[in-house]
Design a protein around this ligand. Structure first.
Ligand code: NAI
Ligand code: MG
Length: 486
């Protein structure tokens, strides 16, 4: 089966190859601490090989694929991903812990993304532009693929993150080297098999598994890579910007967040309570746009926080392969340390723990990396748990008095990915939506996503947009052509 074979190898130039060093590393199931598979440990030599393959493909037969050919390829990939989705969802669950109900639910979005990019493949066009020159010169633009793309993805949703980069690469006519996160490489590798099965020419998508500071860094610095698209932490984003200067690569950065979720007293609280809880506890808080700062209007603050805690206490924590599980483990021992470190920091800073607060260590949980949904109340804006991205199931709650005050406090962060507002007053909703310095604002919902609607950040949450028509422009260059006709 897949788990016993391919993982020791990576995809370069259409072939499944070992790392040049022959080294491997282990992929761990975070629910049990058990080893799932050995993964090829790629490094700079493998990145070099993959870039050569990607460049050859870019200049070769792939460049002669018509838009409709690229569309057909994407549609065949979509069909295969749809057909095999249960397996892909199970690989995500085993490798990074998310509940199987959640990973299966991603099907329509992931398959929908591939079909959306298939549509965009035949919708690319430049413009004819009227100029004001005194002589007869005709001017128009062409949109051309930027070239070889390095895509660096995180572990918090491997199948979705992979497709979010593969889709625009194939639609635009670029080629790529995909560097999965070391914590969760299995699904991207299985996707690689499906890409070949769909008829993808060799070298168009290469997959190099390995660590961030070796394989990832080599990709970010490589002189023959034209663009890096990364999703990950702000710290990694900064390193990639620095590594990119050698050849002034294009970049798109989807980075961290500390998103505010604002609850007004006039909101429908029966909807807002589960909404606010799942905005941060879904995927155990391991979502870039998690609503991890909860601002509640003072008149309902105590009651609302208690209700969020009560809702959170009845969420089923457990092994993601169990269909009853709502909250899975934290992805790795390292992330577990990070999250429990923040639980201690919060307590030292003087927060009031309303639910959760420490790692689960009893029999069924002991071997895995489980942290229950944790609600910290009476948090001050200057505490570390209020300012830093925890990336775990930890909610920081604050009371507020006025709309002006909450807008200012919600925006007083280095990040700008998402924000939420819950109210029945449409005027308030519009005002907050306009004032938030974030890439997305959700009103009376949270985390809604669609392939046609752009997603991305401002400030230190990065730049560039994924999804939507803008996404393809991130993978295209504009060429202006002038033709003397007189
Ligand atoms: P990370 O940012 O180190 O990993 C994301 C990807 O970047 C992985 O594929 C990794 O191998 C790669 N990478 C790491 N260092 C690199 C480098 N120097 N050059 C090129 N690529 C590099 O995130 P990590 O360590 O897994 O998690 C740490 C924290 O980052 C989390 O606690 C969370 O706060 C944040 N994070 C945020 C994500 C988001 O979607 N906003 C996703 C993952 C992590
Ligand atoms: Mg793993």
């Amino acid at each position: 089966m897949f788990l016993n074979g391919m993982p020791k190898r990576m995809l370069i130039g259409g072939n499944w190859v070992k790392a040049a060093s022959s080294k491997t590393f282990e992929s761990i199931n975070p629910a049990t601490g058990e080893t799932l598979a050995a993964i090829a440990e790629g490094d700079s030599e493998d990145i070099d090989r993959a870039v050569v393959a990607a460049r050859r493909a870019f200049n070769g037969p792939w460049s002669r694929f018509r838009p409709a050919d690229r569309q057909q390829l994407l549609l065949r990939i979509a069909d295969l991903v749809e057909y095999h989705f249960d397996e892909l969802a199970m690989l995500d669950t085993l490798d990074m812990g998310a509940p199987i109900t959640r990973t299966r639910m991603g099907k329509s979005r992931v398959v929908g993304m591939l079909r959306y990019y298939a549509g965009l493949a035949t919708a690319l066009h430049g413009e004819t532009i009227e100029n004001s020159l005194p002589m007869d010169i005709f001017s128009y633009t062409l949109k051309e693929p930027v070239g070889v793309v390095g895509a660096i993805i995180p572990w918090n949703g491997p199948v979705g993150a992979s497709v979010w980069k593969i889709g625009p690469v194939l639609a635009s006519g670029c080629t790529m080297i995909l560097k999965p996160a070391e914590e969760a490489s299995l699904t991207p590798l299985r996707l690689g098999e499906l890409l070949l099965e769909a008829g993808m020419p060799e070298g168009v998508v290469n997959i190099v598994t390995g660590f961030g500071d070796t394989a990832g860094a080599a990709l970010a610095a490589h002189r023959d890579v034209d663009k890096i698209a990364v999703t990950g932490s702000t710290e990694t984003g900064r390193k990639i910007v620095e590594a990119s200067v050698g050849n002034l690569k294009r970049l798109s950065l989807e980075l961290g967040g500390k998103s505010a979720n604002i609850i007004f007293a006039d909101a429908d609280l029966d909807v807002a309570v589960p909404g606010a809880a799942m905005a941060v506890f879904a995927n155990s808080g391991q979502i870039c746009s998690a609503g991890s700062r909860l601002f509640v209007e003072r008149s309902i603050y105590q009651e609302f926080v208690e209700r969020v805690a009560a809702f959170s206490n009845q969420l089923r924590v457990g092994d993601g392969t169990d269909v009853e599980t709502q909250i899975g483990p934290i992805v790795s021992a390292q992330q577990l340390d990070r999250v429990t470190g923040y639980l201690e920091i919060g307590k030292r800073e003087g927060v009031r723990t309303v639910s959760g607060g420490s790692r689960l260590t009893s029999q069924e949980f002991g071997k895995g990396y489980f942290v229950p949904p944790t609600v910290f109340a009476d948090v001050r804006d200057d505490m570390r748990v209020a300012k830093e991205e925890i990336f775990g199931p930890v909610l920081a709650a604050f009371p507020f008095d006025t709309i002006e005050e909450v807008i200012e406090r919600a925006n007083a962060t280095a990040f700008g990915l998402g924000s939420g507002v819950w109210t029945r007053d449409v005027g308030k909703a519009h005002r907050v939506a306009k004032e938030m310095r974030t890439g997305s604002v959700w009103v009376n919902c949270y985390q809604a996503m669609d392939p046609a609607v752009p997603f991305g950040g401002v400030k230190q949450s990065g730049y560039g947009r994924e999804s939507g028509r803008q996404h393809l422009d991130e993978y295209l260059s504009v060429k202006s052509v002038w033709i003397q006709t007189g």
